[in-house]
Design a binder for this molecule. Structure first.
Ligand code: BGC
Length: 332
């Protein structure tokens, strides 16, 4: 072999090795849709579960993830948190499909709408156990649901608003998504709670698309279009915050009552400043933690209740421990 041929041969082999390594690495990354680094050592884990939320970068879902990761650590599970960065139903459904194709051991996800989620959940559950979390697709064949009793939580919000406004309010509702099961139940529960109150009127119901900016835009528009509105009810975590931004900006917190959902740090700040008057506290951490326990139970053939409702309660400034007034620990 001439020297030139030997050099060319060595380069050829090197090039092949490097490109092979790259394609294995990136092919693996794509197949595993960004699994954490530790996944390389799957023998360390008993099971591999995926938690698919409506929106990855949402403080509420980060809390659910925190609970699920904690349980995963305690029980030797690899927990992957995957889904749309910002709420997007197509990406949400795609992530469920991909998780099924990747043959994970269990999928925890919301059952956002009957039309789109029920057929998919029914397909997946023939191969892989599915638990709905936070939002139930009650008509699907999901194996269990863990989360808030969403109708009851809306009912609680309605009763709190009646109490706080002494039964006199013109209410605008801003809801996350018109099509989402849990948002519909939160509105319905509220409507039922206030329906026999003569002094409470629901003036309009608008959609925020799970976006704080959109919630703020809607709140601004409502105040312009319906000057009689003096109370807002926000049914998903970012709605109350968006409404509060507008009410704060136009210095209307003495005349406008706000009840929201969840206990994100910003919500607690607005409560401590007296802008949001009350919020419906859910237990996202518990939902995450217990969903992992339930999934393990299902796989191991234990009896798992088909519906587990986590706690829901109303939180006002007076109910917040002093350390939380103006504080940032959203440990609720
Ligand atoms: C709901 C979640 C939703 C989140 C949006 C929460 O109140 O329970 O389903 O994704 O709000 O910010």
């Amino acid at each position: 072999m001439s020297r030139l041929t030997a050099v060319a041969y060595t380069f050829g082999v090197l090039f092949f090795l490097v490109s092979f390594a790259f394609s294995v690495f990136y092919g693996y990354k794509v197949m595993s849709h960004d699994l954490p680094e530790e996944v390389g050592n799957m023998e360390e884990y008993k099971y591999h579960f995926v938690l698919v939320p409506e929106e990855l970068d949402n403080d509420y879902w980060r809390m659910v993830e925190k609970g699920a990761q904690e349980a995963a650590k305690d029980y030797g599970v690899l927990l992957e948190y995957a889904g749309p960065k910002q709420a997007n139903i197509d990406e949400h459904l795609q992530t469920i499909e991909m998780s099924m194709a990747a043959k994970v051991d269990g999928i925890m996800t919301q059952g956002l709408s009957d039309e789109q989620f029920t057929p998919l959940i029914n397909k997946v559950v023939e191969r892989i156990p599915v638990i709905t979390i936070d939002t139930d697709a009650a008509n699907s064949r999901r194996m269990a649901y863990i989360g808030t009793d969403n109708y009851y939580s809306g009912y609680l919000a309605g009763k709190a608003l009646i109490e706080d406004t002494k039964g006199q309010a013109n209410v605008a509702i801003i809801t996350g998504r018109f099509y989402a099961n849990h948002q519909q139940l939160r509105v319905q529960g509220f409507q039922d709670a206030v329906k026999s109150e003569q002094g409470i009127k629901i003036i309009t119901v608008e959609e925020s698309e799970i976006s704080r900016v959109r919630a703020a835009e809607k709140a601004y528009q409502i105040l312009k279009d319906y000057p009689e509105v003096n109370a807002f009810y926000g049914t998903s975590a970012l709605d109350g915050i968006g409404i509060a931004q507008v009410v704060d900006k136009y210095k209307k917190n003495d005349t406008i009552y706000i009840i929201g959902f969840d206990t994100l740090p910003e919500t607690l700040d607005y409560i401590s400043k007296g802008i949001i008057k009350a919020t419906v506290a859910q237990e996202p951490y518990e939902m995450g933690y217990q969903s992992v326990q339930m999934m393990i139970g299902l796989i191991e053939g234990k009896t798992v209740p088909p519906i587990v409702h986590t706690n829901t309660r109303i939180l006002r400034a007076a109910d917040m421990p002093v350390s939380h007034l103006g504080g940032r620990e959203a440990g609720y």
